[in-house]
Design a protein around this ligand. Structure first.
Ligand code: SF4
Ligand code: MG
Length: 334
């Protein structure tokens, strides 16, 4: 059963026009950061969300938690429509839905002690205060590999990896069921990344957590996710069980992501697919298939017709006009 269901979720940012622009009838500028995303996460599962930076992954993670208010669509968490909750009930629900941020330097208040930072959700949700809050905070700190004796220190007294452990402790102190992990290791040294990933997996197992794990690194997703959703310009272009998607990627964009990683999937000598151009601006996204400006397989129809998501295999689907042709950018070059 799904713990989390996201239905047709969008987050659009509308920029106000200047008076001059309004008088000349210039169109309103709208950034479609997240556009009609549907996905589900089962209890105890890790859903990996992958895509280039700027594709809307973090906005989606925040819109699910209503840290950024969605423009439309629904988020159903454990049977409750989170998008319809009034503020007081949303606050209560947040106890169960938490987030670990990407940047352990920016996400911790430098003027607060670890006890204050990690203990804040306890006060916010009325879970505990005073000595009891301190006891719980110390316990969580030790759970993430720090020491109770470090409670009264400040963030600058910790290394990057330790700061991310503090961020993890803050997310876990309210005893949540679901955590958005927003690129929790990409700001860290490679040598530290594996430790933090191991910690997150251990915590998930021991505490029965469910993760939406955001990353731009397909080898990280391949290592830890059960299912994966591939995002391009605010939309999910392919999703499915991680083994199925990595071994049989069907969307040309997924194939291009995989071509950069030689040791994922069954083939050894994959050609490196180089996409032309940059990620188009979400202010002015291409018509038709949004990937057509960079897709090596694009045909005329791709420029005007939006491809529907279609099933490929059990729980595996992709949105591309040329799926049936079974083409692959990853065929061995001989
Ligand atoms: Fe490429 Fe066309 Fe498929 Fe889009 S629909 S991914 S442009 S082949
Ligand atoms: Mg991001």
């Amino acid at each position: 059963m799904s713990l989390l269901r996201v239905e047709n979720l969008s987050k659009h940012y509308v920029f106000n026009r200047s008076l001059g622009q309004r008088l000349t009838g210039a169109p309103q500028r709208v950034v479609r950061a997240v556009n009609g995303v549907s996905l589900s996460v089962k209890k105890g599962e890790i859903l990996g969300l992958i895509g280039e930076s700027g594709c809307g992954k973090s906005t989606l993670g925040r819109a699910i938690l209503r840290l950024h208010e969605p423009s439309s669509g629904r988020v159903v968490f454990d049977g409750t429509d989170v998008t319809a909750l009034p503020a007081a009930e949303l606050k209560a629900m947040r106890r169960r839905m938490q987030i670990i941020f990407q940047d352990p330097y920016a996400s911790l208040n430098p003027r607060r002690t670890v006890a204050d930072i990690v203990g804040l959700p306890l006060a916010l949700h009325g879970i505990a205060s005073g000595a009891e809050a301190r006891r719980i905070t110390a316990e969580v700190l030790e759970r993430v590999g720090l020491r109770a004796s470090q409670l009264d220190r400040y963030p600058h007294q910790f290394s990057g990896g330790q700061r991310q452990r503090i961020g993890i402790a803050r997310a876990l102190v309210s005893n949540p069921d679901f955590v958005v992990c927003d690129e929790p290791v990409s700001a860290l040294d490679v040598s530290i990344q594996a430790q933090i990933i191991a910690l997150l997996l251990e915590l998930k197992r021991d505490l029965g957590l469910t993760y939406l794990f955001i990353s731009h690194d397909i080898s990280v997703i391949g290592y830890l996710a059960d299912r994966v959703a591939v995002m391009y310009l605010g939309e999910i272009v392919e999703s499915g069980p991680v083994i199925s998607v990595l071994e049989n990627p069907r969307h040309p964009y997924t194939q291009s992501l995989l071509s950069a990683v030689p040791d994922v999937g069954p083939r050894r000598s994959r050609p490196r697919v180089r996409l032309q151009g940059d990620l188009p601006s979400p202010l002015n996204p291409p018509a038709g298939c949004k990937f057509h400006t960079r897709c090596p397989l694009a045909v005329a129809a791709c420029k005007t017709l939006v491809p529907e998501k279609r099933a490929i295999g059990p729980d595996h689907s992709a949105a591309c006009h040329r799926l049936e042709e079974g083409l692959s950018l990853l065929e061995d070059v001989r």
